[in-house]
Design a protein around this ligand. Structure first.
Ligand code: ADP
Ligand code: MG
Ligand code: ZN
Length: 612
């Protein structure tokens, strides 16, 4: 079979996505390969298809048991023999799997990196033909990445022990140059072909909300997305507990995940989410790697993460099936302080010496600042993220909250001058709140204490709403006309550019959202313009919507019988395609994206019946 036939027969897809074919061809030519593609782009197929075409066994190195289980489950459902070897197996199961593997039953075997150099595994590996070692989540070899795993360093030791060097392929979604270079060096790839696709996930909508009542905002969101499955990320365990509890009280079906729960509860809650028994999970950043559930329709952030890397990784768990999904960050200025505390008390860096620790801390604060600016910017959010990763977007994506808000250019020079003047006259000693309260003429104990009510700028902007003063202050910070220090006190300081604003012609313009009836209209416009995140709301007629629900119920039933998560039976996308195509025959059913021959044999008829 050629690669196209395999794609159709086992995976049920008609065409390769952009970089997949080049990566597969390169591997088939016997060359080392590094594929850097965003989450959901379809990296797995790039090693699975060559694995089925090459003489010999492909070992896939993967960092997490849950990831392996998922992938092997998917392959077996598609009719491909695959197995995993990791610590979730009992000793007996492990030896049995190794024995089967030795007989050549599995073209694809997933292995935990720490198993590679054990005696039992080497005994096996030295006596079979290993065609390829595919390293999934390859950024785990790099200390620059978020998820460094020392056991990944064993991969090279293992390869060196083999009588014949296999092809080595590596895959990751992490884009930075440091990580890429590390992967090539540490895995000792031989003049690899490196393919990087764009990092844009154009099916994701990005939004930032500056909500006073964050909980209320999130509850409203959930109320209008009743049927969808999603993740709500919080900054702390305490927040997870609070949000989860309130949502349960408000009648939502939610579960929770954070490092403070027992292993057992974590596993149970994660499974409930993955198996679609509970649609919503509230979690800290501990939840995530290895969550391959591809029908996550939204990722909400109750609080700002510590950097853009984390944000994009977490938000990227939405819409892995390629269908529209939403990523919304609910921001509060308190998040900056929480994150600063995390950075200052970071326990992960304990082994580092004093100097290195200081450098790391500085770097983390710089990253936090870039994250904060993401929440302030009025420019295209997608563009902001892509630029951060060194790519250039189009300045207008039409699918983020900034692109969908009407802005007008406003002259804020007066406010800017008052801010800079106030900082200067109070000798750069105070934080943002004191400066804003002074200009606004607030009558607080703190203001009196600092005698800011005697400052010449006191009350100068009493007619300007405080939020507007803060917006301008944020803007000045982004444009480096002012600086907010990132030490314990977060003091507003002047910069080399501050003086320019005070000079004649030192005009400051900024984009501000149009005011009149703004929010209501914005929300309406947005809903009209953007693709909806729920399949059911937009794509379907009412009849099809009922059909989709019927298919989902059948899928759940089959998933229970097969003991796999529902999305491994068929993705939401495949079910949606069925609703539109309404196949009546086997041939028509095989034309649906995601329906391969093996799956058709197994449960195709039941779906056909359901569609009658
Ligand atoms: P990654 O590892 O890059 O995050 P996966 O390999 O898990 O992504 O694939 C994400 C989803 O895309 C899966 O549901 C997969 O079946 C689907 N997919 C992969 N390749 C194709 C393709 N050529 N056409 C349609 N869907 C695909
Ligand atoms: Mg993957
Ligand atoms: Zn945009």
């Amino acid at each position: 079979m050629n690669k196209h036939e395999i794609l159709k027969k086992y995976f049920g897809y008609d065409t390769f996505r952009n970089a997949q074919e080049a990566l597969i061809d390169n591997i088939l030519e016997g060359k080392d390969t590094l594929g850097i593609m965003p989450t959901g782009a379809g990296k797995s197929l790039c090693y699975q298809i060559p694995a089925l075409m090459m003489e010999g066994i492909t070992l896939v190195i993967s960092p997490l048991i849950s990831l392996m289980k998922d992938q092997v489950g998917s392959l077996n459902q598609a009719g491909i023999h695959a197995a995993f070897l990791n610590s979730s197996l009992t000793v007996n199961q492990y030896y049995k799997a190794l024995a089967f593997a030795g007989q050549g039953r599995y073209p694809i075997i997933y292995v935990a990196p720490e198993r590679l150099v054990t005696k039992e595994f080497l005994d096996f590996a030295l006596h079979v033909n290993i065609a390829m070692v595919a390293v999934d989540e390859a950024h785990c070899v790099s200390q620059w990445g978020q998820d460094f795993r020392p056991s990944y360093l064993k991969i090279m030791d293992f390869i060196e022990k083999l009588p014949r060097r296999p092809i080595v392929s590596a895959f990751t979604a992490t884009a930075t140059k440091e990580v890429r270079d590390d992967i090539i060096d540490i895995l000792q790839l031989h003049s690899p072909m490196v393919i990087t696709t764009g990092f844009d996930r154009n099916n994701l909508y990005f939004g930032v909300m500056n909500a006073k009542d964050r909980y209320g905002a999130i509850r409203n969101y959930l109320e209008t997305h009743r049927r969808d499955s999603g993740i709500i990320y919080c900054l702390t365990r305490k927040q997870v507990e609070e949000v989860c509890e309130r949502l349960i009280k408000d009648g939502f079906s939610v579960t929770r995940y954070h490092a403070g729960l027992s292993d057992e509860e974590r596993r149970k809650n994660q499974d409930n989410f993955i198996y679609d028994r509970v649609p919503i999970i509230v979690a800290t950043s501990a939840f995530g790697m290895g969550i391959d559930k591809n029908s996550v329709r939204f990722v909400l952030h109750y609080g700002m993460p510590k950097n853009i890397e984390s944000y994009y990784q977490e938000a990227g768990r939405a819409g892995r099936d390629g269908e529209p999904a939403e990523c919304i960050l609910y921001y509060s200025s308190r998040d900056v302080i929480t994150n600063q505390l995390f950075i200052d008390n970071n326990q992960d860096n304990r082994e580092l010496d004093e100097v290195t620790r200081a450098i790391v801390r500085e770097r983390d604060k710089e990253r936090l600042k870039k994250m904060t600016f993401y929440c302030f910017t009025n420019e295209c959010l997608r563009d902001y993220i892509l630029k951060y990763f060194g790519e250039y977007g189009s300045n207008y994506c039409g699918n983020c909250s900034n692109c969908l808000t009407q802005f007008e250019q406003a002259d804020v020079t007066e406010i800017a001058r008052a801010l800079i003047g106030c900082v200067k006259s109070s000798r750069q000693r105070y934080g943002t709140t004191v400066i804003i309260d002074t200009l606004h003429g607030a009558n607080t104990a703190k203001i009196k204490n600092y005698r800011m009510n005697e400052n010449p700028y006191y009350g100068l902007l009493s007619k300007v709403p405080a939020y507007r003063i803060r917006q301008v202050l944020n803007h000045l910070q982004m444009e480096e006309y002012l600086l907010v220090t990132s030490d314990d006190y977060a003091v507003v300081k002047l910069t080399a550019k501050s003086g320019q604003v005070m000079e004649d012609g030192g005009q400051i313009l900024m984009k501000l959202a149009k005011e009149t009836g703004r929010q209501a209209r914005e929300a309406r416009d947005r809903d009209k313009k953007r693709k909806k995140s729920s399949f059911s709301q937009d794509l379907f007629t009412e009849k099809e919507e009922g059909l989709f629900e019927k298919l989902r119920t059948l899928r759940l039933e089959i998933a229970r019988e097969e003991k796999v998560p529902p999305y491994i039976v068929f993705s939401d996308k495949t079910l949606a395609h069925m609703c539109v195509v309404k196949p009546k025959t086997k041939e028509e059913m095989l034309g649906v994206s995601g329906v391969g021959e093996f799956k058709f044999e197994k449960y195709g008829e039941r779906f056909l019946k359901c569609l009658l």
